[in-house]
Design a protein around this ligand. Structure first.
Ligand SMILES: NC(=O)CC[C@H](N)C(=O)O
Length: 222
């Protein structure tokens, strides 16, 4: 299985994401954002966390215009898997691969802590290793994690079982306590919390390792 991790100026979780993919058995290539193409035969593209372009104009807005995002969109259109974490989630919303937007945290502060989450659905290659309703703990670290969408979008996310994770004790004001969502084909996941930072007991938890392991298993079986 092959993974690619996109690197923008200001990405800072790209290496952590590569470590998580590699630990789960993915052959992983880093892709500089100006390279318009993804490696041949890539199964999953990771869009990492960080502060791409210094979070100007909005978090993820400039990165979304990068040449590589056209290749990522084409990969998604072919039914490829995409995982956007934190700034990566913001980039996927700005690219319109996922609906809605991430606004400034309701408390107007950067929030950095371990966060309890409830798994919203086990029906995806990313979340099949969890049970719906299961509690997991991933770290969060963001100032723009306040998920907003119009009523129609929220209703569709709910009706189509596309809310992947919800906060337990909402840290940022996100509508519906939404921490992560899936695309209609369930192959694009964007989430604010960081599963790649909890893949080893030495990091203080292993709840995130399940996501990468399950994804690897699903892609081998596909
Ligand atoms: N850890 C991150 O990816 C941070 C995301 C974004 N720059 C924010 O602070 O909201």
């Amino acid at each position: 299985m092959k993974a690619a991790v996109i690197v923008f100026p200001g990405s800072n979780c790209d290496r952590d994401l590569a470590v998580a993919f590699r630990a789960a058995g993915f052959e992983t290539t880093m892709v500089w954002h100006k390279d318009g193409a993804l490696p041949e035969g890539v199964d999953v593209v990771g869009v990492p966390g960080g502060f791409s372009y210094g979070d100007y104009l909005r978090c993820g807005a400039i990165a979304a215009q990068s040449p590589v995002m056209q290749a990522v969109s084409a990969h998604a259109a072919r039914g490829g898997h995409v995982l956007g974490i934190c700034n990566g989630f913001q980039v996927l919303c700005e690219t319109r691969l996922l609906p809605g937007a991430l606004m400034r945290n309701a408390g107007l502060k950067f929030v950095c802590k371990m966060q309890r989450l409830s798994v919203g659905t086990a029906d995806s290659a990313f979340t099949a290793g969890y049970a719906a309703g299961q509690e997991v703990v991933y770290p969060i670290a963001h100032h723009d994690g306040n998920y907003v969408a119009d009523a129609q979008t929220l209703a569709a996310l709910e009706a189509e079982d596309r809310i992947a994770f919800r906060y337990i004790g909402n840290p940022n004001g996100a509508m519906g306590d939404i921490a992560g969502i899936l695309s209609p084909n369930r192959r694009v996941l964007g989430l604010m919390p960081h599963p790649e930072r909890v893949i080893d007991a030495g990091q203080g938890g292993t709840d995130g390792a399940v996501m990468f392991r399950t994804l690897a298993e699903a892609l081998v079986a596909a």
